[in-house]
Design a protein. Structure first.
Length: 228
C-alpha cells in the first residue's frame, strides 16, 4: 500500500478501510460498503493517488458509476480533489461515465469485432418494452389457459414481467440451458423465451430510429439492416 504525500497531507481523516482502498495499486480490489460510507470519496482519491504516484496517465483510467447524476458528481469531486492536492495533469482525458454509457461507447468503437456488425441500436427501458411488443408472437407466444408464459393475464404485464426476467438472467450470467433443465414449467418457458429474444435481437430487422440515452438501468442491442 502506498499513498502519495499530497493525499496524506490534505486528507488526514481517512480511516483504515479508506486508506487501504486509496493505497491499493496492483490487481483487483472488491469493496463492499453501504450508502454514505464514502465509496465515491475513496474511488476519487484512489484514482488521484494513481495519478500522483505516476502509476497511470489520465487516459488510462476509467471511473464508472450507475447513474448520470453520480457520474457528474464523481467528475466534479475528482476535479476539486485534484485542485486541492495540486495535481496539474489533463483530467479531460480521464473517462468518467455510467457503466452503460461506457459499454455502449466500447461497442460502438469496436462494433466490427462483434456479432452486431456495423449497424445496431441500443435500447433503453422503454424501447426494450416496445421491441418485445413489436415481436410479441415470436418472443412471448400465445396464451395457454388464458395465461401468457403460464403466469401473466395481459399482453402488457407479460411484456413487463418477461423483460424483468430477461434482464435478471443477463445480469446474473445465468445459463438458459440450466433453466431449461428445470422441473419448473415457468422457468423452462422463460429460458426458452430468453433464447428466442437473443436470437431475434441478433437478426436483421426493420429500420429503426431508436437510440440509447446512456442513462438506462438495463440495455440491449439490436442490429439495423445492412445496406448493400
Amino acid at each position: 500500500m502506498s499513498i502519495a504525500p499530497a493525499i496524506a497531507e490534505h486528507y488526514p481523516a481517512l480511516n483504515d478501510a479508506q486508506r487501504a482502498i486509496v493505497g491499493h495499486l496492483d490487481g483487483p480490489l472488491l469493496v463492499v460498503a453501504g450508502p454514505g460510507s464514502g465509496k465515491t470519496y475513496s474511488i476519487v482519491l484512489r484514482a488521484l493517488n494513481l495519478l500522483l504516484l505516476e502509476k497511470a496517465l489520465p487516459r488510462q483510467l476509467v471511473l464508472c458509476t450507475f447513474t448520470e447524476k453520480a457520474a457528474f458528481e464523481m467528475r466534479d469531486r475528482l476535479a476539486a480533489a485534484a485542485r486541492k492536492v495540486g495535481y496539474t495533469g489533463d483530467l479531460s482525458e480521464l473517462t468518467v461515465s455510467t457503466i452503460h454509457s461506457f459499454c455502449n461507447r466500447i461497442l460502438s468503437r469496436h462494433r466490427h469485432r462483434t456479432e452486431l456488425g456495423h449497424g445496431f441500436d441500443t435500447l433503453d427501458e422503454l424501447t426494450q418494452l416496445l421491441f418485445i411488443f413489436e415481436h410479441f408472437d415470436e418472443i412471448i407466444g400465445p396464451a395457454e389457459n388464458d395465461r401468457f408464459l403460464l403466469r401473466w393475464k395481459t399482453r402488457w404485464t407479460a411484456i413487463e414481467g418477461a423483460r424483468g426476467y430477461f434482464d435478471k438472467i443477463t445480469e446474473e450470467l445465468v445459463d438458459p440451458a440450466r433453466l431449461i433443465a428445470s422441473t419448473d414449467p415457468f422457468l423452462v418457458a422463460i429460458a426458452m423465451r430468453t433464447v428466442a429474444t437473443s436470437a431475434r435481437s441478433l437478426m436483421p430487422t426493420e429500420p429503426t430510429s431508436r437510440t440509447c440515452s446512456g442513462s438506462c438501468t438495463t440495455s440491449c442491442a439490436i442490429p439495423a439492416p445492412r445496406t448493400p
